[in-house]
Design a protein around this ligand. Structure first.
Ligand SMILES: [Zn+2]
Ligand SMILES: [Zn+2]
Length: 390
């Protein structure tokens, strides 16, 4: 084996400082690393040569031996009187044996610790390059759509009829600007702070508590050092005024979707949606069933008996209703398309139903009583006869 000039291999001068040797080595090792040049025998040989040179020159003692004898062997010592002789008998061959060198995880002992240190420097992370890592990589964050947010909103019966545009304060989130939602910036692999390495987190579901796979490390218990801005969440909180348009016709429990105003997406994915869950207040005299509105309206005895045109309330103001002569208490009338607009088809509307209740006059004077007695005489009838009663 020809003598090698380690200085030449690393492209440094004989008096190069340790830092310069390291710098030059890193540059060359990156270029010729087998991971970068798969199935390239020449690159692999070159890489081994670089490793060999660095192994010697980075070690102060070995470098001294090399400087003195022009090659290195373990049995040589700069202070040994046999040094020169060993050189003569050793044939100049370096006894640096690379045959045992192994790139696989936990490889043979010939891969000295300095190699591992350098790999860490080169490729980042405590495990070094992917082929030298002792443990599997923690999962990489994937683009993920933001979470949907639900916010309740109370509105009056009238507002549910007309619809409403309002600003509401939403505590949402946005993709972290530092890590773009990855949750880390490629730092060292650490124990997952969320689950403290257990891979599981406790969640409250109603009164029950149950364990769930940790979302931040996907149950591996390890992750890259969390981003300092979002603490690994990938999103940062944001309080925002959001303009919401509640369409006419919502009922209690309606879900109004405001697109992309939910939680922030990760790694460029879309934000979630905001859902406004409406809670409609009660009305003094209107009630709602489906898209129809119901109301009970009192009428007088003469209106019921003789017929009348009366005013009735609707959700949009007063309307006229014709009461036919002989109307009974509890009879229902329909006002078409005076109900709620349909949420599914805003051109359709429900109806309003009016139930009339005959109300007796509150104050009955002697004169009125006389009139009622004459009325009874003139119209003798027994409304309970059908029930077999006298
Ligand atoms: Zn975890
Ligand atoms: Zn972040």
């Amino acid at each position: 084996m020809a003598k090698k000039d380690y200085y030449q291999i690393l492209g440094v001068k004989k008096d190069a400082k340790a830092d310069d040797i390291k710098k030059s080595y890193r540059k060359l090792a990156r270029k010729h690393h087998p991971d970068v040049n798969p199935n390239d025998k020449a690159a692999e040989d070159k890489f081994k040569e670089i490793q060999e040179a660095y192994d010697i020159l980075s070690d102060e003692k070995k470098r001294k031996v090399f400087d003195r004898f022009g090659y290195y062997a373990d049995n040589l010592d700069v202070n040994s009187p046999y040094g020169a002789g060993a050189s003569a008998t050793g044939g100049g061959a370096s006894n640096f044996d690379f045959s045992g060198f192994n790139f696989e995880p936990g490889g043979s002992g010939s891969s000295s610790s300095s190699f591992r240190d350098i790999f860490s420097d080169l490729f980042g992370g405590s495990g070094g390059g992917s082929r030298t890592a002792r443990e599997p990589e923690p999962p990489r964050a994937m683009p993920k759509k933001g979470k949907d947010i639900e916010i309740p909103l109370a509105l009056s019966f009238e507002e549910s009829v007309t619809g409403l545009t309002t600003n509401i304060t939403v505590n949402r989130s946005e993709q972290c600007s530092r890590c773009q939602g990855a949750g880390d910036t490629g730092g060292a692999i650490v124990t997952c702070p969320t689950c403290k390495g257990t891979g599981q987190v406790q969640r409250q579901g109603g009164r029950l508590q149950f364990a769930q796979t940790c979302p931040d490390c996907e149950g591996t218990g390890r992750r890259r050092e969390p981003c300092s801005v979002c603490h690994g969440k990938g999103v940062t909180p944001k309080t925002e005024q959001v303009k919401v348009r509640i369409p006419a016709g919502v009922d209690t429990g309606s879900r109004v979707r405001i697109p992309k105003k939910g939680g922030g997406g990760r790694l460029g994915a879309e934000p979630g949606d905001l859902f406004i869950i409406t809670n409609v207040g009660k009305h003094k005299f209107f009630t709602r069933k489906g898209d129809n509105i119901y109301v009970t309206v009192p009428i007088t005895v003469p209106e019921a008996a003789l017929g009348a045109k009366i005013e009735v309330p609707t959700v949009e103001g007063k309307a006229q209703l014709k009461i036919p002569a002989g109307t009974e208490s509890g009879q229902k009338f329909r006002l078409r398309e005076r109900g709620f607009p349909s949420l599914r088809n805003p051109s359709l509307r429900g109806d309003q139903f009016i139930e009339v209740q005959i109300a007796l006059p509150r104050v009955i004077s002697e004169e009125t009583k006389d009139i009622l007695r004459s009325f009874e005489k003139a119209n003798a009838e027994n409304p309970r006869r059908a029930m077999g009663l006298e």
